[in-house]
Ligand binder design. Structure first.
Ligand code: SAM
Length: 198
């Protein structure tokens, strides 16, 4: 089995070289955004147990760096675009804890994971609405966010979906699920974006 760092280097090369996966062409910048930023969430993810789902994994971040770093945790890469899901499948033979689901967050079975992570999936309130139904009670949705993210709007989505904000370092919003997914969620595919909760 190749070492995790060797695997991550080859994965980075492949993401940068494959058209349509990332706009980043500079290898150093790609490393910072796709790999280093993903691993900045490692300690946060480790606070919560159970299986991990990376919602809207794209070229595989943060899910692939997390899977390589947490070999005892099952990691699912959930991706709506078939071509991206096919790219992600290439990495499953090398990471026994990794699997890939081609589909939308809104169409998955609810409460199947301990942690849902999302980076650049959608506006944070929409990303929170998509992630929270996937998480078991006691688990968490962990969002990688930019400096302009509206934490109050995300917290308002949490109230609707039985989740509370937790302390998190800058660049992250964490919502811990405190009760079951309320009736009516997840809303039909596309509705969260068209009619955001907050
Ligand atoms: C901007 S990309 C970000 C990809 C990656 N997380 C990153 O940080 O580079 C957002 C991805 O989310 C996927 N996506 C959008 N809506 C989705 C949904 N409802 N369920 C699953 N995937 C979705 C898109 O196909 C796209 O690949």
């Amino acid at each position: 089995m190749p070492s995790p760092s060797d695997l991550l280097e080859r994965w980075l090369d492949a993401v940068v070289a494959t058209p349509g996966l990332t706009a980043l062409k500079d290898r150093a910048e790609a490393r910072r955004v796709l790999l280093d930023d993903a691993l900045a969430g490692l300690e946060l993810v480790s606070r919560f147990g159970g299986a991990i789902v990376d919602v809207g994994s794209g070229g595989g971040t943060p899910g692939i760096p997390l899977a390589a770093s947490l070999p005892d945790r099952p990691v699912t890469l959930l991706e709506a675009e078939r071509r991206k899901a096919e790219f992600l499948e290439r990495w499953t033979p090398e990471l026994p804890n990794l699997d890939v689901v081609w589909g939308r967050a809104e169409s998955q079975a609810v409460e199947s994971y301990g942690v849902a992570v999302a980076k650049a999936l959608a506006a944070p309130p929409v990303a929170a609405e998509w992630c929270l139904p996937l998480v078991e009670v006691g688990g968490a949705a962990i969002l990688w966010v930019g400096p302009s993210a509206d934490a109050a709007a995300v917290a308002a989505v949490g109230v609707r979906l039985n989740a509370e904000p937790e302390e998190a370092p800058s660049g992250f919003i964490v919502l811990r699920k405190t009760g079951p997914t309320p009736p009516g969620f997840p809303r039909r595919p596309g509705v969260a974006k068209k009619r955001p909760l907050a």
